[in-house]
Design a protein. Sequence first.
Length: 351
Amino acid sequence: MPGLFAEVRDGDQVWRGAAGVADVATGRPVTADMRHRVGSITKTFTAAAVLQQVESGRIGLDTPIGRYLPRLVPGERGGAITVRMLINHTSGLAEYLPYAYPSFKAFPDLAGTGPQSMDDHRFTRFDPTELIEMGVTAPAVGVPGGTPGVYSNTNYLLLAQLLEQVTGTMAEQYITRNVIERAGLRDTEFPDGPNIDGPHSQLYEAWFGMIDPPRDYSVFDMSFAGPAGSLISTVTDLNRFFGMLMAGEIVSPSSLAQMQRTVPVVSQELKTIDYGLGLHPMKAPGQGTFWGNGGTVWGGGALSMIRADGKRQMTVAVNLQRWNRFDSSGKPQPHPIDDALAALYRVAMYG
């Protein structure tokens, strides 16, 4: 792991730490104030924006998506898949990623994939409606409302189109005004190009040992993820956001309660997790439940969690991804980095 940085909060006490390098070529150190691509933590921001529109009466949480976007989700599925099913990944809609990135055709059978598409599409500008069509026309991965659900970015690109439909504003702009600025986040933004503005680390992708040494993908067009995973933020901003969310300052307490209603969902790592409306819980022995989200991009990852009472938080960012290699059966092998991160999470969350 070249570098990582974190912020932990316990009431009014704040700890920030960083270790390692942001650039393996120059030895430039990572610092705790660096901007970072936070991947699917973006989904919590998008879910909160949708819940705001539910509160205003413009969106019905249990209304079929076909009433809002009949061209994107036509026919019986448009009438069966609700807004809630999109947010909690129980729509049954497939992931578009293996269709947008041809060498990921075996995804999520990761052992059968290759990294070539990352280089081919480093500067590709994707149209979100084309990505949605890939996911909607692909074979379904489940029935609408069935559990366990299957994690799919197609759901959140549809939610972005829904926000645009009901607000008349691009989803990124709406989320910026009504979630990011409402929370007073100064270093959080959707990128308008392939670069990360401000101080940041290089992002090293190993792709399960197939890229050796790991390659820097910090310059990358994130239009393939959009409001499902393209956000740039800092560990401080993420802690502030989740703190305000849990305090009922981003959405109402009743909306927050909806966000915390979980269902079992199969993640992209083929693990079954509990997932709510853009939030998932982690049980901490003797500490109760923490709520938050995690995310990965090519070369970078982050995890942000807050205890249910709002008093203890942690956000951790790393600048290497897919460090595990495969065993003979094609499953990622355990790695000492996994144990080190788990130990860091325990100390950060339990004290």
